[in-house]
Structures are given as C-alpha cells and as structure tokens.
Design a protein around this ligand. Sequence first.
Ligand SMILES: [Zn+2]
Length: 312
Amino acid sequence: MTLPPSAPASLPALGPLPLSHGSVDRGCERRTDPEWLPGLMADPATRVLALAAGKAPVAGGSLVLHSPAGLPEPRTVVYLGASEGQEFVAAGWDEVPDVLAGTGDWLGLREVAAGLPVRDASLFVEALAILNWHATHGHCPRCGAPTEPVQSGWVRTCTADGTLHFPRTDPAIIVAVTDGADRLLLGANAQWGGKHYSTLAGFVEPGESLEAAVAREVAEESGIAVTGAQYAGSQPWPFPCSLMLGFTARASGTDAVPDGEEIVDLRWFTRAELAAEVEEGRLSVPVGLSIASALIEQWYGGPLPAPRGLGN
Ligand SMILES: [Zn+2]
C-alpha cells in the first residue's frame, strides 16, 4: 500500500464528475415552439433515446439510438437537445416495447454511465431526470386535474386551469468534514448495514441556504459544528430527482455523536487508517459515480486501494 503525498492545505474544487458533463445544447429557445418536437418526431434523422423503467439500450459501450420512424407510441416524449449537428429526443415507455427488446442490453444509468462516451452520458442523465419528473406529475397540484406536456416536454400545463408546472429538482448537500489534523469524518448509515462509511449528506429545506443546510445536516447527524463551508462541485443524481451539491467544511470539535437513527457510527479517519481498513475489507466507502466518492478521493489525494481479493 502506498500513500499519496499529503494533500494541499486548500483543496481545489472537484474535477469533472461523471454525470456533470452537460455536453448537449438543450436548445431552450427552440423547444418553446409547439411545432418543434412534432417536427423532430416526423424526421427520420432525429435520434431517439428510448427509456423504459429507467433503463436504456446499450451495445458496444454506447447508447443505441433509434429513428422515430416505426416506433410505437411512447408514454412521454421530451426534446433533449443538439450535439454535433444531430437532434436528440427522449421517449419513455413503462415497459420495453417488443420491437426494441433486441436492440441492446437494457441497463440503468448507474450501471453504464462511467463507460459511456461523454455525449451519451449527458443524454442519459438528462433523459432519466426529466422522464422521472413526468412520471410522477400527471396531475395539477392546485386542482387535481390531469396535466399534459408542453414546450417540447419541459413544462406541464393543467388541462383545467391552464397553470404551468415546471420540472422539479431536489437540492441535497453532501460534505467532507475535516478536523484540525485533516482527518476526515465519515458516517455509517443504518440503511447500509453498518460497515459502509460515507460523507454526511441531506436535503436542503425550503427557505434554507446551502451553507445553512451544510451546518444543520452535520450538526443533526454528528453533533459537530462546522465552519468555512466551501462549495466543491455539483452533480445531477436522478434517482429520482436530486442535485448533489458537494462541500468541504472544517469541524470546530471532534466529539462526534451519531444521531442513532440515520447514522449508527461516526469515525475520524487519517488517510493511512482509511486506506488500510478499505484494503483489509473491514469497511467500504463509495466508489464510482457518486459525488461522495469524488469528495473522499479528493481528500485522500487519489483512488483508494481496492479490497484485497478484488484484483490485487
Ligand atoms: Zn389545475
């Protein structure tokens, strides 16, 4: 096991995150035209990303995109945007249509995003997020009447009172808390069985700033007061509709007390301690797509060692 050199006193913001590329031009000025989306669906050159129950067809490490010609009627259609001269549309079904069943392996975003080309990862995260919203907003929150999509799928309007309803994203903060010795605070969540440790996180509440949410969530889950919250980067997390906002913050003390409900254990780790325990398989930490993984690796100074028996 080799340890990286100690991290600089002031950490840089998180680098590119796997779901944050945003490489597609969403064409906000085009999609308000009511003829725009029907026109694309009548054009065989349009590329359609099919989604069923959150999964999309993948073959050879890329999304399988279809022409709209011959597709069965989708439950929802949304304009995704343009990239390199091509126009992209998402089409959602409750189940994989028979005619598309053999067009690739139907996989979820978390399974494939890290291996997809940047454009495909951008299309998949956008499509999943907006289709998740459509799937749960079929009725007007004011009067209960059905709503229907307008503006190429980026707004829903009430069929009774005409009110407009915009896509919802739930902001959540996630924070790497360090102490005066630059140890990292990680918590074991009750849902994860007690051996999986991650950074503290929680939803931003109405009427609350991001900085206040960082302070409140850390205090609620650990009893620790933090200062100097610094924004580090963000990543959409459409499971179903979160936006994760990453922060670093400094603890004013080290007496961490788990709340006993959400968090069952809290520990301060040196880099050597965390690497050794992960390598020996005594605990696990997030790996892969999540911003928690990026925050932990940023503090550590690079990827953590793999557990023994998993390739080393
Ligand atoms: Zn209404």
